[in-house]
Design a protein around this ligand. Sequence first.
Ligand code: ADP
Ligand code: ASP
Ligand code: MG
Length: 405
Amino acid sequence: MLVQKFGGTSVKSVARIKNVASIIARAAKQDSVVAVVSAMGDTTDYLLKLARQVSDSPDRRELDALLATGEQISVALVAIALNELGTRAVSLTAAQLGITTESIHSAARIVDIDTDRIRRCLADGFTVVAAGFQGRTSQGDITTLGRGGSDTTAVALAAALGPSACDIFTDVSGVYTADPNIVPTARLLKEISYEEMLEMARVGARVLHPRAAELARKHRIPVRVRNTFDPDHEGTILKGADEMEIYRPVSGVTLDRDQARLAILKVPDRPGIAGEIFSALAGRRVSVDMIIQAFHEDRSVNDITFTVKRSDLDAARAALEGAASRTGAEGVLADEDVAKVSIVGAGLMDQPDVAARMFSTLGEAGINIKMISTSEIRISCIVSDKDAERAVRVVHDLFHLDAEA
Ligand code: ADP
Ligand code: ASP
Ligand code: MG
């Protein structure tokens, strides 16, 4: 059993759909194949734009119903192309695949996959072409898994069907030390641990969705990231940290541009204040990332600064303005000119000088750091968006990530 996933750029045009069908047909000669497909090219962006032309805040249930149509087109076309090649194939949408999610629209998590129908199709000799990104609630409503969610569909199916192997086909040859479209000298990693991949995905390496990386780690799925345009290339394999052959302190540098910074100024310093502010944000379903609370000379007030996704900025600002007036805070500041540059590596915790070297290098390049946060295997800096790509390149150079480990 093999799950293969093809992203939007891989199925952007009729010619590319035929190319994808030939990759699937070849695999289907050896294995039972479930191919998960994304919407063609920028279809999802286009559908989102259409909805926004009709309403500033489209109803989330209807938005999911709309966005899911992108994948319904591409799976049918891929199945048609496979049948044309003589590989018997059926396309299945989420409801037909038996993918049940939570009843939360636009970022639903998969709760169950009933694989009966898929197994019957495979047993009857069909290749299954599965719609990525979509799910359905136990009530039968259409949901989506969040942008980039087809990766999650693929890894979840690999876990439910086996576990079986999962190949994520995209437009680059695997996971690199940095986005190869930003750092031309980025090096392809032959292998990466689940933990490092998860951390890189969380901080902007969009080559694999964080939820997919999380599921791969949980179920130990041998996920391979490969290139649709060079299908014989081995790509990058995800493995357990204990199986890794190569040790390296820093694996990669990532960039996340979907960031904004907010501050609530001079909030009274008393118990319960942070709870009140962050409950207001949670009430509007805004997730908060880095949080800094700075004290004033006048010890009775604090400033609280944090980052959110740029797409959540309006909701966050509204929540914060409400909290500011309730708590007697002085006001709210918003800054959209931010991006997050991070380094990720399993060896970071053993190397206390790494953070200092990263900050000094950014300083020498004239790049101002606005905020910092760290985890055991990550160091992140918020910088101005205009400096972001240069920051990624200087940090990549600093750790000689272009050289073989
Ligand atoms: P797909 O449509 O196949 O899901 P995505 O655009 O979501 O493709 O992901 C692939 C892109 O991820 C690449 O084109 C590359 O620009 C970007 N990327 C970011 N960081 C990395 C990285 N460390 N390694 C490889 N690709 C990366
Ligand atoms: N089509 C969806 C998106 O553009 C899902 C995906 O491509 O993974 O986000
Ligand atoms: Mg993607």
